[in-house]
Design a protein around this ligand. Structure first.
Ligand code: NAP
Length: 318
């Protein structure tokens, strides 16, 4: 039987690389893997996933998708990890944020195939929520407060209006080990660890709440959706909160890092988020209820403490 084709759009990003690694580590290598990049694909990634194919794609123009049709074919599963994922960057160039984060060229390409047998798994964010209460559920109204969130809501609407087989994952902050080829943006746990290990006193917000999720759990969620679709062929229209089990502030995340490492907790100075101008509005409490995720996929995400431990252990061994 021929292998099923999986395309990771944005395979060079933080999650994309972890996902390619996750797919390539499945026993028996049941999938033909391809990924897209926008910049030059990093060599460590290309070497680490030798049987995957790399394609240059520009989501703004749609340039590059035809080449995938010709030499890879219609994918059975597409995971869209590409985005301008830094809220401040979205604020600085809203037009680019909209044209990249709303995957209209990708969806139009998928609709160009005669048979509609592709599952689209799309990465959204907890920042679709307004942040005025705790533990948002999937059916709660989306009221984004910044351009990043607005572009993600527009993406969700575009996909649900135009495509019939999709899973949208509203991810919280992703924590975990560095990617195969280090990504340019700073990773939350590694950043906190660096600051505290130098003995620097640092401000941390005590009044903004998130449910950080461990990167390998996000990978496990995507693998479960992929294998479910391949095995059962049942089309889905799914929106899932993809967070960890703990609702925490940044100060609490820093305390967890300090506790695991044995750092002096007096270095952590709790401040209000309202005391700092970050150039982008940030929702206050976008903690999420993940009951639906647990019930649908039977995955229980890793606690913050264990996620921090695993992240720091990987630092030590790299
Ligand atoms: N990381 C988090 O904490 C987090 C939290 C919530 C939601 N999410 C969402 O999860 C997804 C993955 O996040 P991430 O952290 O892995 O993102 P990331 O590291 O910033 O990666 C972004 C990816 O998008 C690609 N890209 C950028 N502009 C492009 C364009 N014009 N055309 C085609 N591709 C383009 C990049 O390609 P090149 O590298 O080749 O330029 C890269 O592969 C995103 O949708 C993000 O919004 C992430």
């Amino acid at each position: 039987m021929s292998k099923k084709r999986v395309l990771v759009v944005g395979g060079t990003g933080y999650l994309g690389q972890h996902l390619l690694q996750g797919f390539s580590e499945i026993q028996g290598h049941p999938f033909d893997l391809a990924f897209t990049h926008h910049s030059t694909p990093p060599q460590p990634l290309v070497h680490a996933i030798p049987h995957s194919r790399a394609f240059h794609v520009n989501l703004q123009s749609g340039e590059g998708f035809e080449a995938i049709s010709r030499s890879f074919g219609q994918p059975h599963v597409v995971v869209n990890c590409a985005a301008i994922s830094v809220p401040r960057s979205c604020e600085m160039d809203p037009a680019a944020a909209m044209s990249i984060n709303v995957p209209s060229s990708l969806v139009k390409w998928l609709l160009s195939f005669e048979e509609s047998n592709t599952l689209l798994i799309h990465l959204s964010t907890d920042q679709v929520y307004e942040g005025v209460k705790s533990f948002y559920k999937e059916e709660d109204e989306t009221v984004p407060v910044n351009v990043y969130g607005k572009s993600k809501v527009a993406a969700e609407q575009f996909i649900s209006t135009n495509f019939s087989n999709y899973a949208i994952l509203r991810s919280s902050i992703i924590i975990g080990p560095q990617a195969i080829s280090p990504v340019p943006k700073s990773l939350p746990i590694q950043w906190i660890d660096g600051v505290l290990s130098r003995g620097d006193k640092m401000d941390f917000f005590y009044d903004e709440f998130r449910c950080p999720v461990y990167v390998k759990d996000v990978v496990a969620i995507i693998l479960a959706l992929t294998t479910g679709w391949i095995a059962e062929g049942k089309q889905m229209k799914l929106i899932l909160n993809a967070g960890g089990p703990d609702r925490v502030s940044r100060a609490q995340i820093a305390e967890t890092v300090a506790d695991v490492r044995g750092y002096d907790t007096s270095l952590i100075k709790p401040v209000s988020a309202s005391s700092v101008d970050r150039g982008v509005k940030s929702p206050v409490d976008i903690s999420m209820d993940i009951t639906e995720l647990i019930q649908t996929l039977h995955i229980s995400p890793t606690s913050l403490r264990v996620g921090v431990q695993l992240t720091l252990e990987s630092q030590a061994s790299s």
